[in-house]
Structures are given as structure tokens and as C-alpha cells.
Design a protein around this ligand. Sequence first.
Ligand code: GLN
Length: 479
Amino acid sequence: MEYCELSLKQIIDLLQNKQVTANELVTYYIRRIKNFKDKNCVLEIFNDALEIANEKDEYAKTHENLPILHGVPILLKDNICYENHRLTCASKFMENFVSPYSATVTQKLLENGAIIIGRTNMDEFAMGGSTENSAYGVAKNALDDTKVSGGSSGGSASAMALGLAAITLGSDTGGSIRQPASFNGVVGLKPTYGRVSRYGLVAFASSLDQIGPIAKTSEDAAILMNIIAGHDNNDQTSSLESVPNYTANIDKDINGKTFGVPSQILKLIKTTKYEDKYQKLFKFLTSHGATIKEVEIPDYELSLPIYYILAPAEATSNLGRFDGIKYTKRSEDAYKIDEIYNFSRTKFFGDEVKRRIMLGNFVLSSGYYDAYYAKAKRLKEMLKSEVIEAFKLCDALLLPTTFGEAFKIGEKSTDPVSMYAEDMFTIFANLTEIPSISVPFEKGENGLPLGLQIAGKHFDEKSIIGFADFIEKNYWEAK
Ligand code: GLN
């Protein structure tokens, strides 16, 4: 059977009904990962995966009521810790690092029976939008070898689209789950800040980072959210808000719902070649009883500059621990303490990481702190209140996930600003801490997928998963 064509839900059903063994599944996915080696979306297949699968199968022989993910093969982004397994954040600096503990999400997956089969490629330390910043080479788009897979969770998204695991996890600081999901034609959910524990996620910008699922379907994302969401004593920023059943809105209609579209986005859509596609979608939604409403988020355009001040500032501070002494590699030329820092960082950090460290230090330096960092912090709060206001008028916001289809490998890698501009539509959800999902809704001029972004009220993942599920199940057929 071609397991790559099945959803997580279907794979769970097969395993629970003992119609497939964990060994068969893990063997299948490992073979497939090897077949798609050239895509470079999986950095390592963990060599204990098959042995664990065999243990799961032994257990299943004598037990009924298996845990929900019993035997389900999963890939993790290379910045999520899995005890006693390598983790590099796609950096040369971390080449030999082995996680001493598991992230809370990893622990939850394991407790629910999952098998972690490997780690996926990404931009170094999650900085980037194409995986071209990986020290281990670009992860190619699942559908076109000449195109990027997006980033920074490009490896996870491309692997998901290629069917290299039942589901994958990514992390999203400014769009890193949603943009690659859009480029590869899969579903990606960035949860509300604080909804999923960040314990054991290597920090990029701690006030913005969130772990979330990259899945074949919205329902699969909901199934995974039911497992990974919730409070964690190990993460001070994790929320005490109760966790709903995320699959509750699957197969619901959208009658009576209001979708807000920020006025700037409505204007922008009119100037793009995809205007007719958005108009068609809006018409479809209204024909099913929903209302499309123009809403105001006056400072929406400030998202990009706010992010590119706050994220590098936090990254600078978080990366301070990578010093050539504790977890990382050390330059062999270094002798004195300052040489250890300087030479190791110079040698093993990639260019984009260095650029962010410089940017971050600049905006935090005395004389510039108030003008940049403190101001950006204030504006972040302002943007958040504007979004809360907008949600008084609608149930969810609709936006494009990206400007268009996946771009060519090399097209933007020498122009950091055009790469940063890629995040134009996704960043505002991180800054305002709201959940947001990307679901494929159209194809672009080259036949590659376009994602629609549906952003929800704080902690209302359930609704946006339901809306995405509706579009996924009804829109394609209607076209
Ligand atoms: N592309 C954005 C950046 O480079 C977002 C990355 C992310 O979400 N990790 O910072």
C-alpha cells in the first residue's frame, strides 16, 4: 500500500485496527526518505527507529487500547530536542551536539506512542525563508527541484508533501511553518503564543517562537494539536488556558461566519496577478453563508520592520550561549578565551546568523536601544490591540500566506531584504500572538500551490482549523 497517500488519521486507523505494523510503516518511510535523498529535506534517519517499531509491534500483540499515536512515524525539525539524538539546527556549530533531554512536545509524542524517525532540514537556527541558509544544503521543493521548499521549516514541509512521514513538526517565529507549508501544498499551523510548550525548542526569538504541526490535512493538524497543546511547568510562557478538542470543528459549515480581510490586503490583492483567484474564493465563501468584511489594522505594514528589530535582538541574546565552550564545536586555532569565542563563532556561524547577530547588537546598543528596540516593543503591543479590535468584527482574518508560488533556488539568496519581505503576510500573527493556519487553496501560474492564511482569535485554533478543513474539503471540488 502507498502509505504516503494516507493522512495521519488513516494511518492511525490502520495501526489501531492492527492492519499494518509499525515495522512496515517505518520501513516504508525510511525507504522513501532514501529514494528522495536528493531533495535533502531529511538530515538524518535515526537508526533506532526500526528497533523501536519492533518493540511497538510486540506490545500491540498483547495489548488492546493502544495510545493514539502508537507506531506512528514522525519527523521533527532539527531544532526540537529528542533525548540522546543528534540536533544541529542545521548549523556547523552544533554538528556534534546530542540532546541531553527531550522537548516537551517530543515527550508528549513519545508518551502517545509515536516513533521519531529523523530530523528535517531548516535554515540555520531557523533564520531564513528558503532553507538556503542551512549549513547542510538547500531542501528542495517537493514538487519542483528548481524551487525552494521555503523556510525555515522547509525540510519538514517538503518531507510532508513527499509523504516521508505521517506528520511533521516545525517551528514558526515569523512564518516558518506557514510559508513552507504554502510552498509545498500542505497544511501548517502556528498556534497561539503560549499554547504549545517551547521547552526543548532551541530558541530563536523567544517571544515569538511556537512549535506547530505541518500536516497533510487540517484534521491531522487538529489531531496533533490535541496531543502537543497545553500548559507546561518547564515553560514560563506557556498558557494555563484550557485545551479544547481541536477536532470538534472538523466537517462543520461556515454559515453565518464573518471573515475579515485587512483593507491593505484587499488593496494589495487587486494589484496582483492572483486577484481573480481571491475573488473566486470570497464568492465561494459567501455562497456558503459567510460574510467577507473589510477590517482595519491601521499599522499592519509595520509588522515587517518591528519583526526585523525584535527577532534579531532576541536572537543575539539567545545565541550568546553558543560560545565554542559549552555545547558547540571549537575552532582549533583558538587558544585564549576571547579567541575561543571569536574564532569559533566566525568559523561556524553562517552568514545570515552573523547578520542577525550584528543587527540585534546594533538595535540593543546604548544610543539606539530607545530608537529601535524599545520603540518596536511598544509598536508590537499597539499592533496586538489593533488586531484584538479587528476581531470584534469577524471570526477570523483571511490573508495570502505568501506573495505567490515557491521561488527559484538562488533567486533571493543574495538579497536579504527581498528574502525578509517574503514574511510580509505571516509575521503579524507572531507579533500579535494569534494562531494562524495555511491551507492550500489554489495553484499559481507555474502550477505550484498557493496557500491561504486563516488567522484566529487568541486560543481559537479550533475555529481556524475548522475553516481550513471546510476549504480543503469543499473548495477544490467546487472549482
Ligand atoms: N523568515 C523569517 C526569518 O527569517 C521567519 C523565520 C521563522 O519563522 N523561524 O526570520
